[in-house]
Design a protein around this ligand. Structure first.
Ligand SMILES: Cc1cc2nc3c(=O)[nH]c(=O)nc-3n(C[C@H](O)[C@H](O)[C@H](O)COP(=O)(O)OP(=O)(O)OC[C@H]3O[C@@H](n4cnc5c(N)ncnc54)[C@H](O)[C@@H]3O)c2cc1C
Length: 563
């Protein structure tokens, strides 16, 4: 294998430059012969543009001649690499069927072998050696491209605005290369504002492909402009549609597709769900030094796509129609998809502080769980626990064991209406817990990590600022079930009942006519399942969600095949 690949421009400076041999490997003649059965040969002419950013294209294996890969920018283009004979184009987007993020131009005429998405997937599933080689190259190419911070997609906004943070998260978690310009600190912004006639009230703004200006766009608008999603085929009836691409939904996608089911996964935001916002998951089996939620989600996403699961991001399920089978899931754009079975994996939204910058400190000072992992991060520092329920009480008592002081903040006049007596007593008996009633947080400050918190206490409401770097929000979670259209039985808090949690009235009200009992993850409607945080009684952890999503597939098979 040839290892002397010459990286160009910003790519040569990337932290991944040392891995150029894995990023741009050359195929052996034997490997090319194996690939020939999956592709079509065609001639290429000098100067021919094979793809522009936004185009959907096959993978090209260069048989002779050469192709240059360039990254268009607002000021021109940056050469990344030149593919010569034996080299191949593509990155994770090629496998996903999403559009190209680079321009491909023929440098020297010759011949290429074009392999389309379906054939590429067959190779991934049948040829272990090539699957590994392509997968490693595709992932490295995309992460290196992102690390160059060079793109014709520019996000203009302020780090103090929630809209900017939403779009940053959306692009980052979809592994889309973009340039981030902060209007508060970046001097080059004013030139762009004049050039594209953008006013401050338009922020955040996405310059899409260096020409289209999207003003405060939704995730859907950005996804459409960047060609992230292919149109869903309305005519096809799926074996299973998974709604939600958090750990539970992605696991269902991987197991469903790898076991031969026709799987479509829909995600309103970005794959990874709640876990995607965790800077380090330390309790997930097999990662002794921890793994960021982003990395775990990116790996799971590509794994699901490798097996052929179709995944659509920025695609919200608006409405479930369970009156007839196949079931239908409707979208905001008026389209619908039909399916024999549905897996509800829409998770739960943890109640956040209603402050613009609160999501910025997720896992960087704001936590939704008080386990040893979070406690270790706090050390002996002073902390805040927000909430008046049992989970807040347990967290306060637990953290008081190691922290200098625990401030327990509640909006109510006391704890009696919301917390068990035994916990109220424990709190009163623990000298380093200070209960602050009628108190709420009004401001958070810090750079990356939370550094200061301001709260006010009624009736005076005088703001007090404290150098506290850790806040535990134990204010509960709201299940994302609004789209279910009252199809399935929920518990009193709105979580979906499944299996043995279903009461007889749940089944009779919903006209469960089957002779069999519901499967463990099955809801009150045959063939509709629920997994992960949205399910009543679930353990709110990544591993549990992954386990439920995977195990559910066996039950989907049983329902599909009537056994
Ligand atoms: C900051 C943070 C840190 C955490 N750290 C850890 C940790 O270290 N270890 C651990 O074990 N657990 C951790 N957790 C908990 C863990 O992340 C969750 O238990 C887990 O993500 C639940 O997975 P899920 O797939 O059931 O739901 P989610 O992760 O909530 O995913 C649900 C997905 O469904 C999507 N969705 C919702 N409605 C729709 C709709 N109508 N249409 C389409 N899509 C929809 C959402 O956008 C979301 O992506 C953490 C949670 C948070 C918030």
């Amino acid at each position: 294998m040839n290892t002397d690949v010459k990286l160009e421009g910003a790519f040569a400076q990337s932290p991944y430059a040392g891995r150029s041999a894995q990023m741009f490997p050359h195929l052996t003649p034997v490997q090319i012969t194996r690939l020939s059965a999956h592709g079509r040969k065609s001639a290429i002419q000098k100067g021919q543009v094979l793809a522009e950013p936004g185009d959907r294209l096959p993978m090209f294996v260069v048989l002779s001649g050469s192709i240059e890969i360039v990254q268009p920018t607002l000021t021109g283009e940056t050469l990344i690499v030149v593919h010569t004979a034996g080299s191949f184009s593509g990155d994770v987007g090629t496998l996903r069927g999403s559009s190209s993020v680079v321009r491909m131009r023929v440098r020297e005429g010759g011949e290429v072998l074009s392999i389309d998405e379906a054939h590429l997937r067959t190779i991934f599933q049948t040829d272990t050696e090539l699957s590994e080689l392509f997968m490693r190259a595709f992932i490295l190419r995309r992460v290196a491209l992102i690390s160059t911070q060079s793109s014709d997609v520019v996000l203009l906004g302020s780090t103090r605005s929630a809209g900017t943070l939403r779009l940053q998260q959306f692009l980052t978690r979809n592994t889309y290369p973009f340039v981030n310009l902060d209007v508060d600190t970046d001097a080059s912004v004013s030139e762009l504002l004049d050039r594209f006639q953008i006013k401050v009230e338009h922020f955040p703004v996405v310059l899409c492909r260096g020409s289209v200006v999207l003003k405060n766009p939704s995730n859907e608008e950005v996804a459409a402009c960047l060609g992230m999603n292919q149109q869903i085929d309305d005519e096809r009836i799926r074996d299973v549609v998974v709604v939600g691409a958090g750990p539970a939904g992605l696991a269902a996608g991987v197991y469903g597709a790898s076991e031969g089911l026709d799987v479509l996964v829909l995600e309103t935001g970005t794959p990874g769900g709640q876990a995607g916002s965790s800077s380090k998951i330390e309790n997930y089996l097999g990662f002794p030094t921890g793994i960021s939620g982003l990395a775990l989600a990116a790996r799971a996403l590509i794994q699901a796509q490798k097996f052929g699961a179709e995944i659509r991001t920025a695609y919200s399920a608006l409405h479930l129609n369970c009156n007839q089978r196949p079931y239908a899931i409707e979208f905001a754009n008026g389209h619908a998809v039909r399916t024999h079975t549905v897996i509800i994996a829409t998770g739960a939204d943890y109640r956040q502080l209603s402050l613009d910058n609160a999501s910025r400190f997720l896992d960087m000072g704001i936590y939704y769980a008080a386990t040893t992992t979070e406690a270790r991060r706090c050390g002996t520092a002073e902390v805040i626990v927000v909430g008046g329920g049992n989970s807040a009480g347990q967290a306060a008592v637990y953290l008081a064991g190691t922290c200098k002081r625990v401030n327990l903040l509640v909006r109510a006049n006391g704890l009696t209406d919301s917390m068990s007596q035994y916990l109220i007593r424990r709190i009163a008996d623990t000298p380093n817990i200070t209960l602050r009633t009628r108190t709420e947080i009004t401001a958070l400050e810090g750079e990356d990590q939370l550094a200061r918190v301001t709260w006010k206490t009624a009736p005076g409401n005088v703001p007090e600022t404290h150098d506290i770097r850790h806040v535990f929000l134990m204010t509960g979670a709201l299940p994302c079930t609004g789209w279910l259209n009252a199809c399935v039985a929920l518990n009193e808090k709105g979580f979906v009942r499944t299996g043995s949690d279903l009461r007889s009235e749940d089944l009779s009200e919903r006209k469960w006519t089957n002779a069999r009992q519901p499967e463990f993850f099955e809801t009150s409607v045959p063939g509709i399942f629920a997994v992960g945080d949205v399910r009543c009684g679930s353990v709110k952890r990544v591993a549990a969600a992954v386990g439920e999503g995977s195990a559910c597939i066996q039950q989907v098979h049983r329902v599909l095949h009537g056994s």
